[in-house]
Design a protein around this ligand. Structure first.
Ligand SMILES: C=CC1=C(C)c2cc3[nH]c(cc4nc(cc5[nH]c(cc1n2)c(C)c5CCC(=O)O)C(CCC(=O)O)=C4C)c(C)c3C=C
Ligand code: FES
Ligand SMILES: [Fe+2]
Length: 382
């Protein structure tokens, strides 16, 4: 049962500070991160293009800085247009603090809980977070992906980075790790998304509301990634299906894909083309729903709000976007519920990873994935 408690309005003084002397259970919020200021765009892109788990490039060390430099002006402009940077750090901290406070109540046996942030491409990077955890005397940590659905290009990349840092001796050897690797059909997450869709649908006149097309939009994947057996497409579809069940199929819907980069083939149909197609079919009302990312970023604030919505209006469609989860108290409670369920399961079965995480993509040729899975299955021990 979900309660609409506004966790953010509660005092910040509970949790960690309330049990001096006891080291906190670390909940490490893993995500890609984004440039906090426009000036950080280049370094963000350079780190992103250097990530061979995301984009394997020939001569990566040389090509990555070159591509990043070339792409920087365009992406800088997009961050300028959305207000001067990515809000992901602010939202991740807010979500993490709210979650940790709730966790102290839901699972007192492992209190105090403290949320840490580990980003892949901007600070705080995994290694800095590891230092902070060491200073706090952490002995137990959960690597909690903030991507609801699993892709080897996102969560897999963060876990590979954690493994590499562990092997390099940059993580405290005493820490017992476990992993929350996916949660795309958790009822609290589904409820939070559904409520935001309902709010967007309410902006249309009641007489025609039921005709509104609910257009779920997720970041696309290169077909080379899909075709090696990456689970992301299936898992995003499962989230969409669960949201539509929760909405009792009140509206017609489609799942489409956005933000492809470069000349290779990517998963379609593309969001922009879908909006044009819907206009051609005479559709007049659309709600766009970001389903694979939990806070605002350039894809919602720039691509959807500024590009797609404008284009759709030119085609005679009224578009509203479902808000990103950002500060949603329902979502923050869902995060706490996912973590407390994990802590309960772990205390009874001591299994650090899900059964599903153990299986590599059938087409995987990245040896790090195999080493990472073996290492995590032993709780991040040697
Ligand atoms: C679940 C979400 C995401 C998946 C899956 C994903 C895969 C993926 N992305 C690239 C290449 C780029 N992505 C870029 C930005 C970016 N990607 C995501 C999310 C997913 N990516 C987000 C939220 C963002 C933006 C961050 C923000 O703050 O807004 C970029 C940089 C921007 C650009 O140059 O256009 C690239 C490049 C690949 C190749 C890939 C799968 C293999
Ligand atoms: S690419 Fe999926 S497990 Fe390696
Ligand atoms: Fe991306």
């Amino acid at each position: 049962m979900l309660h609409r408690t506004n966790v953010l309005s509660r005092s910040l003084t509970r949790s960690f500070a309330s049990s001096p002397g006891k080291s906190p259970t670390a909940i490490v919020m893993m995500n890609m991160g984004g440039p906090e200021t426009v000036a950080e765009t280049h370094d963000f892109l350079k780190n992103l293009f250097l990530d061979g788990d995301l984009i394997p490039l020939p001569f990566q060390r040389f090509l990555a800085p070159y591509i990043a430099r070339r792409r920087t002006p365009q992406i800088e402009q997009q961050y300028t247009d959305i207000g001067g940077g990515s809000p992901i750090l602010r939202y991740t901290r807010l979500q993490g603090e709210g979650m940790a406070r709730l966790l102290d109540e839901l699972h007192p046996a492992t209190a105090p809980h403290k949320a840490y942030v580990a980003f892949r491409y901007v600070r705080p990077l995994t290694v800095e977070t590891a230092r902070e955890m060491k200073a706090d005397g952490v002995k137990r940590a959960i690597a909690f992906t903030q991507y609801p659905q699993y892709s080897c290009s996102t969560t897999g990349s963060s876990l590979n980075e954690l493994f590499r840092r562990g092997k390099a001796g940059e993580l405290d050897l005493d820490i017992e790790w476990s992993v929350i690797d996916r949660w795309g059909t958790h009822p609290g997450f589904i409820e939070a998304v559904a409520q935001n869709i309902e709010k967007a649908l309410a902006k249309f006149p009641i007489e025609t509301r039921h005709e509104t097309v609910v257009l779920f939009s997720a970041h696309s994947l290169p077909m080379s990634v899909v075709n090696r057996g990456d689970p992301y497409i299936l898992e995003v579809a499962a989230s969409v299906s669960a949201v539509m069940d929760r909405l009792k199929h009140s509206n017609p819907y489609r799942l489409v894909w956005q933000s492809q980069v470069g000349p290779s083939a990517w998963m379609g149909m593309q969001t922009g083309a879908a909006l044009k197609g819907l206009a051609r079919l005479g559709k007049k009302q659309v709600v766009i729903v970001p389903i694979a990312f939990t806070s605002d970023h350039i894809e919602t604030l720039y691509e959807i709000d500024l590009e797609y919505a404008k284009e759709a209006r030119e085609h005679g469609i009224e578009v509203h976007r479902a808000e990103s989860l950002n500060e949603s108290p329902v979502f923050i409670r869902a995060l706490a519920d996912i973590a407390s369920q994990h802590l309960r399961d772990y205390s009874s079965n001591k299994r650090p990873v899900s059964v599903q995480l153990g299986l590599r993509c059938p087409g995987c040729t990245n040896a790090t994935c195999g080493h990472q899975k073996a290492w995590l299955a032993k709780g991040g021990r040697q």
